[in-house]
Design a protein around this ligand. Structure first.
Ligand code: SIN
Length: 287
């Protein structure tokens, strides 16, 4: 198995393994790489059957159920990512962490794309470790005392009506999470607010909350914290929602892009009040 970093900050490409026949030793190496790089990209895989993809995802833990999206017939764990000429929206077309509105959001997401547009449809990923670690120690300390509201009504209501979902009477999830969370495996702290689901910092006025969130979003979207994935048919990406955000570009309309997504259930986000790490990536001098 070869693990090759994609950028200095986030992501690695993994080659030389068959995800449909992973033994325990290989899975242990893969899991270590997942914790170290936050996003893993597999290029040389066959199109996994839904059962194979679900089987691989279950190696990481019990699966997460999406609160809104329709699933593949016979495979309730598989969410079909699909955008085409008639689509009104495309999934992930904005910076977010998957389903952060849930009390226990997904730990990981695994997406394999089978059908791609002639060009475009890349996905950007950003490290929320880097975003947090490059803030000044004073701001880090303050953020560690804050919690934020994450909501989903504004995102999910009616979103899948064109795929036959009638959500009348359904309540969409919301949750209060720490603004900074500790990753249970790496022990590192990551910024945990995102412009899609986070609606307000608890205890601040609307103006204060909007200003702080705007500053954090601008900071966390810096290109230095990112990698860009250009998909090929059957590329499979696995990302850690506890320490990353992503943005799936919908720049290929009216072309089609399609694949299967499976998510692994995570724990309730928590923060250990240990001293934060501060990294000077030359960024503080540029800001
Ligand atoms: C998503 O946010 O899960 C979609 C990602 C993608 O389509 O690249």
């Amino acid at each position: 198995m070869q693990v090759t970093p994609i950028s200095p900050t986030i992501g690695a490409e993994v080659s030389g393994i068959d995800l449909t026949e992973l033994d325990d030793a290989e899975f242990a190496v893969l899991h270590d790489a997942f914790v170290e790089y936050s996003v893993l990209v597999f290029r040389d895989q066959p199109a996994l059957t839904p059962s194979q993809q679900v089987g691989f995802a279950k190696r990481f833990g019990p699966l997460h159920t999406h609160p809104a999206a329709p699933t593949l017939a016979g495979h309730p764990e598989v969410f079909v990512i699909h955008a085409h000429a008639e689509s009104k929206v495309a999934n992930g077309n904005g910076w977010h962490t998957d389903v952060s509105c849930d009390e226990a959001p997904p730990l990981a997401t695994m997406l394999q794309l089978h059908l791609l547009p002639p060009s475009g449809g890349d996905t950007l990923f950003a490290s929320m470790y880097a975003a947090f670690e490059t803030l000044s120690p004073h701001l880090q300390e303050w953020l560690m005392s804050l919690q934020a509201h994450h909501e989903s009504e504004h995102i999910y209501r009616g979103r899948y009506a064109d795929r036959g979902v009638d959500d009348a009477g359904r309540e969409y999830p919301k949750a209060l999470h720490p603004v900074v969370r500790t990753h249970p495996d790496s022990g590192r702290k990551a910024l945990y607010v995102n412009p899609s689901f986070t609606t307000r910092i608890d205890g601040l006025t609307r103006k204060e909350s909007d200003a702080l969130l705007h500053m954090l979003y601008t900071h966390q979207q810096r290109p230095e914290f990112q990698m860009r994935l250009t998909w090929q048919p059957n590329t499979l990406a696995l990302w850690d929602n506890r320490c990353t955000q992503h943005f799936a570009l919908w720049d290929y309309w009216p072309h089609e892009r399609k694949g299967h997504r499976v998510t692994v259930l995570g724990e309730r986000p928590f923060l250990e009040q240990s001293a934060p790490v501060h990294v000077d990536m030359h960024l503080s001098r540029q800001l």
